[in-house]
Ligand binder design. Structure first.
Ligand code: PLP
Length: 387
């Protein structure tokens, strides 16, 4: 069947392909160490589950407003004011089916055919594909380990054209774990304001920070920056709620209205009782987040040390999220060849950097238990030694 031009230019997910291969090996009884998952391995905290169960018992099982339950929109607006110093009110906020859906709504509402969207690489793999689905033009700006995989203000400035509409900023970053410092964020904000473009700040990993790293939301830099900022966030990573599919978008009122209209004709409201779990996540104790971050921090140490003790592999110490981005170029293999051979020879599943726009590296998630990490590192060591 002939498909639309729109869909035919979108690349199928390499992540899903590798995950499927790893699953197939497992189903044959083979012991696979998997570092592919972009999700915490913890159960959703009990008080969040209890709030959703209570909502079910109370009959919160019907259609709701497309933009979200008013109580959740209120809790999100308060969270953005309290944690991020962003003066959003309820009409500036909508609830979406996860952070991915927030960004997708945004692209559909904002991007005209041919509009350029600046995406620093390595990037989360869905950004360019979403831009293409909205018939926009992804403009990829390569960054390297030398700048800690951060786009510089000069690079951003040089990439601007009259067609530039939007800049996608993701800190802490998937796949590199890089966190922009407050002064770096301020410098980028200056370029955004000067250029009169929009910035969407994907803050889904904002709570997963290490060694005192600080998260500054670009919209909090100044009122001028706030006026050019859109925030995308969600509950999946901080609260281990990946399967709940609850996220949010915040920005100018007219943009949120436009995105709510799109949502109203596509998915309608987010699962009603799941939204009650999200309210508990935001309004109850945040100790559960800190506990998870402590566990990730310990795993991070083991992972980073193990990688850097392996000859011909190196990685920077990530300051946020739960990924390490490992340079494999000294092995002479590109990221796909490395990934395939590692899975076949040592049954270790990782994601090739090519999926994120960098073919020199692979991504390992350490959102898995310590014994898998230790065993996987040993296997990676053997694999590299055998090359
Ligand atoms: N943004 C980034 C950078 C991500 O890594 C992810 C998930 O992997 C998302 C957004 C979307 O998260 P969700 O749709 O599960 O809320």
């Amino acid at each position: 069947m002939p498909f639309t031009q729109r869909v035919s230019q979108v690349t199928p997910s390499i992540t899903l392909e590798i995950t499927a291969k790893a699953k197939a090996l497992r189903s044959q009884g083979i012991d696979v160490c998997s570092f592919t998952a972009g999700e915490p391995d913890f159960a959703t905290p009990a008080h969040i589950v209890a709030a959703a169960k209570l909502a079910l018992d109370q009959g919160k099982t019907k259609y709701g407003p497309a933009a979200g339950e008013p109580a959740l929109r209120q809790a999100i607006a308060e969270k953005l004011q309290r944690d991020n110093q962003l003066p959003y009110e309820v009409p500036n906020v909508m609830v979406t089916n996860g952070g991915k859906h927030s960004l997708f709504n945004l692209m559909l509402a904002m991007i005209e055919a041919g509009d350029e969207v600046i995406i620093p690489a390595p990037y989360w793999l869905s950004y360019p594909e979403m831009v293409k689905l909205a018939e926009g033009q992804p403009v990829i700006v390569p960054t390297t380990a030398a700048t800690n995989y951060k786009i510089t203000p000069e690079q951003l400035r040089q990439t601007l054209t009259p067609r530039t509409k939007l800049f996608i900023l993701n800190s802490p970053s998937n796949p590199t774990g890089t966190v922009y410092t407050p002064s770096e964020i301020r410098a980028l904000a200056e370029v955004v304001i000067e250029a009169g473009i929009w910035v969407v700040s994907d803050e889904i990993y904002e709570k997963i920070l290490y060694d005192g790293a600080e998260h500054l939301s670009i919209g909090a830099v100044s009122s001028e920056a706030f006026a050019r900022t859109i925030i995308s966030n969600g509950f999946a990573k901080s609260y281990s709620m990946t399967g709940w599919r609850v996220g949010y978008l915040a920005g100018p009122r007219d943009l949120i209205e436009a995105c709510s209209t799109i949502q109203g004709h596509s998915t309608s409201n987010v699962c009603t009782f799941a939204q009650y779990g999200a309210i508990a996540a935001l309004t109850d104790s945040q100790d559960c987040v800190q506990e998870m971050v402590r566990a990730f921090a310990e795993r991070r140490q083991v992972m980073v040390a193990g990688i850097n003790q392996t000859p011909r592999l190196s990685c920077a110490t990530p300051m946020g999220a739960f990924y390490v981005f490992v340079d494999v170029s000294q092995t002479g293999l590109n990221s796909l060849a490395f990934t395939q051979a590692l899975l076949e020879q040592q049954q270790v599943a990782v994601i090739p950097g090519a999926a994120f726009g960098d073919d020199h590296c692979i991504r390992l998630s350490y959102a898995t238990d310590l014994s898998t990490i230790q065993q996987g590192l040993e296997r990676i060591h053997h694999f590299v030694e055998s090359l």
